[in-house]
Write a protein of this length. Structure first.
Length: 351
């Protein structure tokens, strides 16, 4: 998929003047007119498309909550205009759009909306930023990217057209980047080709896209976004009190925030910084000293001091930054799978 971030840079100058926006609209109008001419003889089996749309494995498109029928109509017509830029796999794309139409409150037949999409006026492009608020704007861009890339990489015309729409809606590069990541996950229903940093960017709002991303795929994103940020062994520390958490159990932390401090046997006190934003879970794994296991005659209560052989119980402190909706039982199970099912983990501190 061609990066819309590059396109955003190419068309950024269109936002600087009203004349630039008008020129963009003129360009879009010419492109649509060319598509109208080339698609005049295109025949569609609308009944088959409606039947296939019943089998789309998604549900609850957010357009169902949009009460403004005119905004719904423009939303769907613009998806058709994206489709018209690249008619490769047109049946599959029409099925997806038909499913969205069925989910919406718009009481129109697919063929009627499609026909009207071929007659879009220039004024519509002035309105889209006002018609679609922030959330629906993002839903639209994701849906447009899905339509354009439904059966393979979109052609240059479709990609540039979406880029121009993004400019007219005054969306910034970060916003578009998030849409690209979400659309890629939706199209692949996989996280194998998604960078961890990209998953972390969309993790806070990915659940809004359950209408196009399967729940098991979202769960994979959640697993990938968990990170061990603290892993410190008592045996490496200067004394029992050399490690301390500086945030509470279950706290929300921002990337770069100081979450703990410790002092090793040699060296000064060091701070631990959160490697990402999220909810922190604090655990410790229990380590029974091998001397006690080998010589059971030594009372377990007798600890002659860490500097004399570490007789007694010591711990390994583990900190995990995860997602706000994660629970400690889920993180504990995840740690067992990561470090070993036979290792005992307990919460290190109280809520």
């Amino acid at each position: 998929m061609k990066s819309l971030l590059d396109i955003q840079k190419e068309v950024k100058e269109l936002e600087t003047t009203i004349q630039g926006a008008v020129n963009s609209l003129d360009c879009i109008s010419r492109e649509i007119q060319e598509i109208r001419t080339s698609n005049d003889n295109m025949e569609m089996d609308y009944d088959m498309i409606r039947m296939l749309a019943k089998n789309v494995p998604f549900a609850n498109h957010p357009l169902a909550e949009l009460e403004d029928e005119y905004a719904c109509k423009i939303y769907i017509e613009l998806l058709f205009s994206v489709m018209q830029m690249d008619t490769n796999g047109i049946t599959e794309k029409m099925v997806f759009i038909q499913w969205i139409l069925e989910e919406s409150r718009l009481d129109m037949e697919l063929e009627d909306v499609y026909a009207e999409s071929l007659e879009l006026e220039k004024d519509v492009y002035f309105e889209i930023g006002e018609l679609l608020n922030t959330d629906y704007r993002m839903f639209f861009i994701v849906d447009a990217l899905i339509v354009a890339n439904f059966v393979g990489k979109a052609n240059e015309e479709a990609t540039e057209y979406i880029g121009k729409l993004c400019t007219l809606m005054r969306t910034n590069a970060s916003y578009i980047g998030n849409c690209i990541v979400l659309a890629k996950i939706a199209l692949e229903q996989s996280v194998e080709n998604i960078e961890i940093a990209d998953m972390e960017r969309v993790m806070p709002f990915i659940h809004k896209y359950e209408y196009c991303i399967m729940k098991d795929t979202i769960e994979k994103v959640e697993l990938k976004c968990r990170v061990v940020c603290v892993d410190i062994d008592d045996d490496d520390l200067w004394a029992d009190s050399s490690f301390a958490w500086l945030v509470g159990q279950g706290s929300m932390v921002n990337k770069g925030y100081v979450i703990a401090k410790y002092r090793r046997k040699q060296g000064a006190t060091q701070k631990v910084y959160a490697s990402r934003s999220g909810k922190i879970f604090q655990f410790r794994s229990i380590k029974e000293n091998s001397l006690i296991k080998e010589n059971s005659s030594i009372p377990t209560w007798w600890n002659i001091g860490r500097s004399y052989g570490h007789i007694g119980r010591s711990y390994r402190h583990i900190g995990v930054i995860a997602n706000p909706i994660d629970k400690d039982k889920e993180i504990k199970q995840w740690l067992k799978e990561k470090y070993g099912m036979d290792i005992i983990f307990e919460l290190d501190g109280d809520y």
